[in-house]
Design a protein around this ligand. Structure first.
Ligand SMILES: [Zn+2]
Length: 452
């Protein structure tokens, strides 16, 4: 009998109660973008931790409060969990099969806004702690939680908060808010996140729109100004033309290539799922596609607006034009540096009239694929999932990982209950209850092995 028999038995027989606790948390709306229910949700989370013997504090920031919690354990090692209690807006409501804030269970899944991203992760981790407390009477190591309420609106105040509370956040390792199994049910270990620099570019050439018969040959056109400015940012060869843009980019290592080559080829799946006929840069698939997908920084036009876009023809010269542009950044690029280079570039190209509004940013960060803590999280998955986690050097998305890696100096591992049809951010967000249980079993093992 394994030492985990009792623990697993506890989790099996208390699953129902844990899901009820999750349902209660999901029923509390906490939509960061709409400033809806954040205080109430922070209090509820604090109460859940307090009930488990944690010393808890709900701390104000310039935005939504952060919940900090700590409970001592047997060993003096400390594991820090990063989670968030805010959720994405539930709209469009008509596409939900059951109301987003009335969690419901059907076909082995629980549905509700935030059930996967990120409330299910949080409650499954608390469930793992319950099992440890019930079977061992204490936690094997110190456990801390930092649970923020602005993750879905790009964690505006988190970096500052971490700098101000560095002492209290001291730890030896960190478990990130999310994790997934892939389409084969193999759990994935994402070793880093790209950064982002999000801007709105806008130009105004007149006080008002003008009849194009009047202004067309004598007035500057805001839409053309913007298009010409955008044209200078990236060439048809996909190369970003802002001088110095690539200076800080560290190319993928031989180990990164090796890990990417071990992943299943996604070319065919991407073609089918997204209906794209071909990839850019002549990419065919395999490791090369995986590497390009996450190790190349981007300049993406996310939206363009100017002039008349209604039915039929309207002959008008637009006074204003704007575009939203995101730059996904790779180690060691930094959003503030990119912002400065973008401004200098536009000025040099004769576009001083193009305004830049910075809408948010986060630097990228990664953990060494062969860090002992990563190997511990990867290997403890084996008895739970039947296979160890598969390491993925980096994921294309972004998150507030930088201060955890570079300010707190922690190795950061991902682990979680997401799966390909979890529909985070979309209608009918859901979790598979079998994966919920597995995540709790995995986390209990991570804590025990980490404490040794
Ligand atoms: Zn999210």
């Amino acid at each position: 009998m394994s030492e985990y028999t009792l623990l697993d038995a506890y989790l099996e027989s208390n699953l129902e109660a844990s899901l009820q606790e999750l349902a209660r948390l999901v029923a509390q709306p906490s939509v960061a973008a709409q400033n809806w229910g954040l205080q109430e949700c922070a209090s509820l989370v604090a109460e859940m931790l307090h009930r488990r013997g944690f010393r808890v504090e709900v701390m104000p920031t310039g935005g939504a409060p952060v919940v900090l919690a700590e409970r001592k354990g047997r060993s003096d090692k400390t594991l820090l969990f990063y989670n968030h209690y805010d959720v994405q807006p539930p709209e469009p409501l008509e596409l939900w099969e059951t109301p987003p804030f009335e969690p419901s269970i059907r076909d082995g899944k629980m549905y509700g806004r935030g059930v996967s991203d990120d409330k299910g992760h949080l409650v499954a981790r608390l469930f793992a702690l319950d099992a440890l407390l019930a079977t061992e009477g204490e936690l094997p190591c110190n456990v801390k939680f930092i649970i923020e309420g602005e993750e879905e609106t790009s964690s505006l105040h988190l970096h500052e908060f971490i700098l101000q509370n560095k002492e209290r956040l001291q730890a030896d390792a960190c478990i990130w808010e999310f994790g997934y199994v892939d389409h084969r049910d193999v759990p994935m270990q994402y070793l880093g996140l790209r950064g982002i620099c999000y801007v709105e570019l806008s130009v105004e050439t007149a006080a008002t729109d003008v009849h194009s018969g009047l202004g067309g040959s004598i007035f500057p056109n805001a839409a053309w100004r913007l298009v010409w400015a955008l044209h200078t940012l990236k060439g048809m060869d996909e190369r970003i033309r802002i001088p110095g843009f690539y200076d800080a980019v560290r190319p993928p290592s031989a180990r990164d290539w090796e890990l990417m080559a071990a992943l299943p080829d996604v070319a065919e799946e991407y073609r089918k799922r997204y209906g794209v006929r071909e990839f850019i840069k002549g990419l065919q698939g395999g490791a090369e596609l995986h590497i390009e997908e996450v190790f190349s920084p981007t300049c993406t036009i996310c939206g363009l607006t100017s002039g008349y876009q209604g039915a039929g023809a309207k002959t008008v010269l637009p006074a204003r034009a704007s575009a939203k542009v995101d730059f996904r950044l790779v180690p060691d690029q930094h959003p503030q540096d990119i912002l400065q280079k973008l401004r200098a570039h536009l000025d040099r190209e004769g576009f001083s009239d193009v305004q830049i509004r910075f809408l948010g940013g986060e630097p990228p960060a990664r953990t060494d694929p062969d860090h002992p803590f990563i190997n511990l999280v990867v290997e403890t998955a084996r008895p739970v999932y039947g296979v160890p986690m598969q390491k993925v050097p980096m994921t294309g998305g972004s998150g507030p990982i930088y201060p955890f890696v570079h300010e707190l100096g922690l190795p950061v591992a991902t682990a979680g209950l997401g799966y390909p049809d979890t529909r985070a951010h979309a209608p009918n967000e859901n979790i598979r209850i079998d994966l919920y249980l597995k995540h709790a079993r995995h986390m209990a093992r991570v804590i025990c092995e980490f404490a040794r």
